[in-house]
Design a protein around this ligand. Sequence first.
Ligand code: HAM
Length: 450
Amino acid sequence: MAIQRPKGTQDHLPEGSPKLSLDTRASAFVHVQDVARRVLERAGARFIATPLFEEAELVRRGVGGSTDIVRKEMFTVFYFGDHGGYILRPEGTASIVRAYLQNGLKQLPAPLKLWTHGPMFRAENVQKGRLRQFHQVDYEVLGSTDPLVDAEAIRLMVEVVQALGLRGVRVKLGSIGDPADRDAYNAYLRTLFGAHVDRLSDDSKDRLERNPMRILDSKSAGDQALIGELGVRPMLDFLGDEARANFEAVQAYLSAWNVDFDIDPSIVRGLDYYRRTAWELHHEGVGAKSALGGGGRYDGLAEQLGGAAVPGIGWAFGIERLLLAMEAEGVAVPAAPGPELYVVALDEAYVPQAAAVAMTARQWARSEFAYRAQKPGNAFRDGERRGARLVALIGSDEAAQGTLSIKDLASGVQTNLPTADLAAFLHEQGLHDQGRQPQAALSPTAQENA
Ligand code: HAM
């Protein structure tokens, strides 16, 4: 058998591939990125890209030593002669805060809105919607503690799912409090679960020591049964005055904007850097346990990484999970478009000419050519299979006269025109870039070449 892709990874495939579903369609994958880009850039977010591998210490300190991500799911990177101190990034937030600190982005006007998308790596147990390489769209805002920033971040997340055409998304909103509130809650949990250590899973025994809140997030059925029996009080009961005021302000903004949300007192999140506002978006198509996306405030993270204090908040979607939700709802995604112009020579002698016409026409429209001569009937069928809009033929008459015979595959209308008039013709057909995107100016040389 030929070599297969590693478990927990996915290929994103071109249109027309066999057995294509929405979550493996590359055009749907790109569509999600494009929609997110439009929503986020309109809100002033600037694109940032950081490396796929980072110092392991960044993740240990950023994501936190008590999380499953750091304890069990890190992909370590080794290369010849190396100390092995790098890991493939499991998420984007710690990297973006590192980049902010390292590159002096504090000098840009605050709050600074950043966004990115790209692959993340976690060595998890693979199941539906849970991959080892997955992709996130990530939005971060640095330099403000204003609850208006929190509310706007949540609203933007909702705008992305709406722009994708998803309807069945629920926002679950909670708060993790300030560090002192969290300490008080952890002390309460330590006493509560401490009396039932023997019933806890091994992982949760360990969590009891390191970070009892993690027990609430446990995937063990036994732990969850115990949590139910004990009637554990939620974190929200332990919020101090400031965290509570912040939480209420966020809710007031969301309500004023008609952004629906449910308060979920059990929100814990799987990363240690959070404080105050924290939330998740859920969808039935992804399963009850898995979130479509999540986020929260992380005001102490920059200091934890050894930098100056910078408050921050952000969120990430899993692109594959968005696609599963879209598939479940039957959301239509535009297919990757075929060529607007497909140029075919009727004789091998004219193939270079067909290539030249197609390559020139790329200034204005998506243009391809056939690498081999074809008969007219085959040329039209071939064009259809490729999703072409117009098929241009070059035979001996066209070659001698400097013309093209063009057929519109949708209407069947055929036209013969001088090659020099192609740009104007594409314009008439609404296929010329200049007609579609007024800002894309055409250079005079391009016009001369037409
Ligand atoms: P997270 O909740 O760990 O948060 O991940 C965010 C989203 O990434 C999840 O809701 C899910 O859609 C997707 N995801 C996570 N793990 C997997 C997986 N194994 N397979 C498929 N999808 C997955 C973060 O990563 C934070 N950095 C979000 C954030 C940004 N907080 C503040 N700023």
